[in-house]
Design a protein around this ligand. Structure first.
Ligand code: CA
Length: 238
């Protein structure tokens, strides 16, 4: 947490709905973030280029262009974290936004706590991206689970647990992006390569096996959560 300096982060909000714009602006100003707003896609893109914000909050339903287009245009030149604000309960749309390069999403109506948590997670990930100089990676800890990436060791309540190679790859992929949702498509490509079909069955089977090994009660997981219709999100490390 110490790496993300609160109060120094510039946030760009692209949202056409006045009430949501002012709610988010007020919330973030109170947390000492510096916020700039745009009410349509083209002025949002302009501001993104001129301000170089630390994070972009983007509504998908904009009056002048599709939010998906905004994501693609921004991704042509910067890896700045983009959190999609979506009124749509359409899981397919959220997954498409993530696969187009958004980092996370938040569904309206959302709470202040949820919004701030998503922002912190995205800022933490982007600061880790800038810190690729060190070859060893900090272990992941959450509750009774520890993953030591350097030694390839997964421990539960202090005891080594055995994972297959695929299970280990899958769990570490999620742990390295902990707090962020990873889509089925993204995970399939990372683990099984770009030419796998769209059948998620192999992924679900492996996830069920992992849960049997690391969760006290696989039906109510504490470590890896299912985002129905979208993918998986691993609990943010302690
Ligand atoms: Ca809108």
């Amino acid at each position: 947490m110490s790496k993300t300096k609160l109060g120094k982060n510039n946030i760009l909000l692209i949202e056409d709905e006045e009430s949501i714009r002012s709610f988010i602006s007020t919330t973030l100003k109170n947390q000492n973030y510096k916020i700039t707003t745009a009410s349509d896609g083209s002025s949002g893109l302009h501001l993104a280029a001129s301000l170089c914000p630390d994070i972009i909050l983007l509504d998908l339903g904009l009056p002048d262009m599709d939010g998906m287009e905004v994501i693609k245009k921004i991704r042509e030149w910067t890896a700045v974290p983009i959190i999609v604000i979506s009124a749509r309960s359409n899981e397919h749309e959220k997954a498409r936004a993530l696969d187009s390069g958004a980092d996370d999403y938040i569904t309206k109506p959302f709470s202040t706590v949820e919004l701030l948590a998503r922002i912190r997670t995205s800022l933490r990930h982007s600061s880790q991206m800038h810190d690729l100089t060190s070859t060893s990676q900090k272990p992941y800890h959450h509750g009774n689970l520890t993953i030591n990436f350097d030694d390839h060791v997964v421990m539960l309540d202090g005891t080594n647990i055995h994972l297959t190679q695929i299970e280990y790859k899958l769990l570490t992929l999620l742990a390295k992006s902990s707090g962020k949702v990873l889509t089925y498509t993204f995970i399939m490509e990372k683990i099984w390569g770009p030419y796998t079909d769209n059948n998620n069955q192999i992924l679900r089977v492996n996830m069920a096996n992992i849960r049997r090994k690391i969760e006290k009660n696989p039906a109510t997981p504490e470590h890896v959560f299912t985002e129905i219709g979208i993918g998986y999100r691993m609990a943010e490390g302690d």
